[in-house]
Design a protein around this ligand. Sequence first.
Ligand SMILES: Nc1nc2c(ncn2[C@@H]2O[C@H](COP(=O)(O)OP(=O)(O)OP(=O)(O)O)[C@@H](O)[C@H]2O)c(=O)[nH]1
Ligand SMILES: [Mg+2]
Length: 458
Amino acid sequence: MQLETISSISTPVGEGAIAIVRLSGETALEVADKLYKGQKPLSERDSHTINYGHIIDPVTGETVEEVMIAVMRAPKTYTREDIVEINCHGGIHTVNRVLQLTLKNGARMAEPGEFTKRAFLNGRIDLSQAEGVMDFIRSKTNEASKVANQQMQGRLKDYVENLRQSILNILAQVEVSIDYPEYDDVEEATTSFLLEEAEKVRKDIQYLLKSSAEGRILREGLSTVIVGKPNVGKSSLLNYLIQDNKAIVTEVAGTTRDVLEEYVNVNGIPLKLVDTAGIRDTDDIVEKIGVERSRKALSGAELILYVLNNNEALSDEDIELLDSIQDKNVIAIVNKLDLESNLDIEALTSRYDMPVVRTSIINSSGVDELENKIAELFFEGNVTSTDSTYLSNNRHISLLEQAASSIEEAVQSAEMEVPIDIVQIDLVKTWELLGEVIGEDVSEQLIDQLFSQFCLGK
Ligand SMILES: Nc1nc2c(ncn2[C@@H]2O[C@H](COP(=O)(O)OP(=O)(O)OP(=O)(O)O)[C@@H](O)[C@H]2O)c(=O)[nH]1
Ligand SMILES: [Mg+2]
């Protein structure tokens, strides 16, 4: 592929000790030589050397900068093309002049992400690695940068390529039985091979998705909301979990008026814990706003801790709320177990399919069990290291979710003895979806859109 030589400032705009103008392309050395004066022209220098000299404006003869220039010849470079990096003194003005001179002498201004895009187009990296570069630059935590770094190194690519290879093996077998429809035993063998192998692929994709969800929770915290009617002990629960008296607790119903957010670690799981105003109809304007906010907090929650008072019967309001959230991750907490029981726990457990924990927060009892339930719900009880996390990018997660459901469909069809050429369609689709993760068969438009999110000069 023949591509124009591109140029841009690759360091942040602003004053610094050094600023770098980077060129990439077939004529990178040629362009730089028009501006460079040193002992020898750059085109006569060895690859991977750094060379002292000056940048001279070829029109006026004026010395613009004193520079060190790195020469890196294809193919062992970031883009797989010839690369020249001009290290300037870090002023905004001069580095800009150097850039302008490269543009006047044969280079074109690079688009955001274009260097990395070339690395992709020239086959040095796949799309998941390119996206890893961007995620790496953008990562805000240590854990996030670890995942991005692994992705940059091609860990996801290897995993996905293995999955695709397995699907190809299945497809090859399927092809045989389509070619020889007269042999029943071939078809039988194909179905059992298909079921076994496709199930393995399905499990691997599920594992990938699950470990990513866990990784994300470990990086960002599980957003958890404590809700329930006024006075049931929500703020008491928050205080207990964070081992502090951050939230005001009183016997007055409607104490909490606003949402309060705290981070806690529960059995190794970081929770972003939100205490809310007790949900009820109220004429108090401040409380009303608080109740609105509680409802809003509910919609974005990954875990809901629904607190009930053992001393009171289940109200219509409780039922209405529990009905509306029953498809989410909810743990029902029957608190104030020390008081007389007026709540029909049996009715609660038979109506809702959610874990129920009994507590008496005032006596510090039952909260251990709650903590174990949370760990069970999200990490099957044991939180391992994040080493197994491969995914953090939403595009990849979405593709893998689709791949999981199409392979699932293939498995189900095969089980129901659907004709093999129909099962084949789902297998091919899974193979294609996985291909999109690493950038095979993706549209030019998508590629342009992805790389445009990069910073200039990368
Ligand atoms: N008997 C008993 N009282 C409790 C228990 N847990 C909390 N309480 C009391 O119940 C009252 C209300 O507790 P809060 O934690 O303020 O309840 P809340 O759900 O946050 O209430 P609002 O903010 O008004 O919605 C306080 O007087 C607590 O001391 C418990 O397990 N047993
Ligand atoms: Mg409260």
